[in-house]
Design a protein around this ligand. Structure first.
Ligand code: 5FU
Length: 276
């Protein structure tokens, strides 16, 4: 089973450059922590990223929530990713026809494909969403995650929808590197007559992670790193407010302390999983 191999072993087997880069970074930094930096001011965005940078494998962005966005912000974000050795994941959740998502990914104000190593898409439009994004992302060595599941209470991404998301990924192994999901998806939903690839190794990036609270009153549901990484076999914990706290009163020392705490909790959970 792929998830019982080390991150470093798995890196050697992935053909997609973004997947390989992420697994190598996790291994090198001993961090399966992604911090989701959901703040609305450029200065806060850069300050949080510079603070948590040493502790993370990945920074997750919602670039469209930045109120004072200027293109230079991307130069600064890219410089921080090189300074601290992390990848960038724009959580754009594309969900339109192939032609439109290709334009949304490559153009507009944000030009996401030019700087985000990884982005994601809802499977709801069907395979053309992957084809459209791949036409832009593949030449740039980017990787795509499909939203097979979500962390919210009452999500419709379940059952046959989740199985079909996995099938869409299997049909595009060069570009689709894994899922936003709450558990492992290798071998998931293989139907009678379908051949299962025993080497299948999807990356599972999992939001809805918190050590102190169980929810946010708006449908978000939190699980601990031990539940996510060790018990459910996911690969990366995505933590937002658990690390940066209240954006209206950012405390850089506390943000650093929480990033260190979540990095350690995520890595301890991985070591626990590797004990078998
Ligand atoms: F696809 C998903 C999902 O199912 N749940 C999520 O929470 C994405 N997210 C994102 O992870 C969400 O948009 C936030 O950016 C982040 C979680 O933030 P939190 O502050 O840790 O709750």
């Amino acid at each position: 089973m792929a998830f019982l191999q080390t991150y470093a072993q798995r890196a050697t087997k992935h053909a997609n450059p973004a997947a390989r880069h992420l697994l190598e970074t996790i291994s090198r930094k001993q961090s399966n922590l992604a911090v989701s930096v959901d703040v609305t001011k450029s200065a806060d965005f850069l300050s949080v990223i510079d603070t948590v940078g040493p502790y993370v494998c990945l920074i997750k962005t919602h670039i469209d929530i930045i109120e004072d966005f200027e293109p230079v912000l991307i130069d600064r974000l890219t410089a921080l990713s090189l300074k601290h050795d992390f990848l960038i994941f724009e959580d754009r959740k594309f969900a339109d026809i192939g032609n439109t998502v290709a334009l949304q990914y490559s153009a507009g104000v944000h030009k996401i494909a030019s700087w985000a190593h990884i982005t994601n898409a809802h499977p709801v439009p069907g395979p053309s969403v992957v084809t459209g994004l791949a036409s832009v992302g593949t030449p740039l060595n980017r990787g795509l995650l499909l939203l097979a599941e979500m962390s919210t209470a009452g999500t419709l991404a379940r059952g046959a929808y989740t199985e079909d998301a996995v099938r869409m990924a299997r049909a595009n192994p060069d570009f689709v590197i894994g899922f936003i999901a709450m558990r492992r998806m290798d071998g998931f939903g293989v139907r009678d007559g379908e051949v299962q690839n025993s080497e299948e190794d999807f990356l599972i990036l999992t939001p809805g992670v918190g050590l102190d609270v169980k929810g946010d009153g708006l449908g978000q549901q939190y699980r601990t790193p031990m539940e996510v990484i060790s018990q459910s076999g996911c690969d990366v914990i995505i933590v937002g407010r658990g690390v940066y706290g209240n954006p209206a009163s950012l405390d850089v020392d506390e943000v650093r302390r929480q990033a260190d705490r979540y990095r350690k909790a995520g890595w301890d959970a991985y070591l626990d999983r590797m004990k078998g």
